[in-house]
Design a protein around this ligand. Sequence first.
Ligand SMILES: *Cc1c(COP(=O)(O)O)cnc(C)c1O
Length: 432
Amino acid sequence: MKYYSTKGTVEPVNFQEAIFRGLPADNGLFMPEKIPVLPSSFFDELSKMSLPEIGFEVLRHFVDSEIPDETLKELVADTLSFDIPLTRINDSVYALELFHGPTMAFKDVGARFLARCLSYFTQKKSNQLTVLVATSGDTGSAVANGFFNVDGIEVVILYPSGKVSGFQEQQMTTLGGNITALEVDGTFDDCQALVKQAFLDDELREAKQLTSANSINIARLLPQSIYYFYAWAQLPDEAKNEAIFSVPSGNYGNLSAGLIAQKMGLPIKHFLACSNTNDTVPLYLWNGNFEPKPSVSTISNAMDVGNPSNFFRMLDLFDGSYQQMIKHISGYAYTDDSTRDAIQKTYALYGYILDPHGAVGYLGLMDYFRSEQGTGILLETAHPVKFKQTVEDQILRDVPVPAHVEKTSLEKKSIPFNANFTDFRSFLIDKQ
Ligand SMILES: *Cc1c(COP(=O)(O)O)cnc(C)c1O
């Protein structure tokens, strides 16, 4: 399979090159040249298949012969080593719980798959790869966990000191092994500037094989299609032709992955693009104008994105047609007050605890169902305990930390660092 740039000014590349580069040189986004339509026999068997089995069938077309089938099977099984259950909230709404992985957010799926693919190709070349990540919190923890103990890969995470949550810091700094956390005396922008400068430094790139684990890497996006199939398979038969997926969105990777699943033949009736007050995409869906703007802070902070990069993947999937896009996707945007209210009401009415992101998806379904029918599936993108205080203030009870992520005994290991490129450069050169 070849991957082209959405800007179309560079030659298409194979899967391996697309994932090592992350971004094409023309600053577009990589997209697969062909989206395969899966045979009806696959859909007939779907409800009998395990999550890794579905994952393999979905991904093998995109990876092609670049990773042998048997290896890809193992790699997918290792990526999806946790369940993604569909939980009924009420007669017409289900939550697809994407938070049962190590960092309790859906980004685990993409980060784990990317890590395993990079490791496979790196081992074939028998040299070490260094992954650099600048993070404001969530990406760092998903990448740290996704790459932990993966052979042939060193990860260096840069995060702004004092500006990430205690939970996120714990997840980035307690693993050790191949994960190094630099606690930068500065802002997220300072961290990002250091990483960008490192990639522009030819001598450094030569000395160290550097790559990024950027969220727009195609190997993070494609595996996210898998759970749309898995969710659909778990629906009662009578609901299978009326599935409405509500996707709480920031950079629109999750939604793009759902559109890919639909193109592969999954009979999804409609998508809801739900945002907080960072409503660039809902506004586009309402009026046809795409106008990026600076992001504003909200309680669903993983969706605080004013200029969502995957919008251009969405547009590409509809051949640039606004008219086609609005046939398949409706936009909704909500304030923090409505979001809090949804957390409170959903708990009071159904005993289900939503996190602030899932709550935004829930609100979208409620509005959609005012005029349309269907069975709603909201993507519950994070565990409510990640937003403990916000959630507990609404439901007035404790949200316990799930046993599999409780790591209170582990010690924080970070290296305090000044936001200075010369120091960063020497640090990377001297590392091992
Ligand atoms: C990243 C994230 C989102 C936004 O997902 P996109 O694919 O960027 O739209 C939503 N919820 C949570 C919890 C996230 O971490």
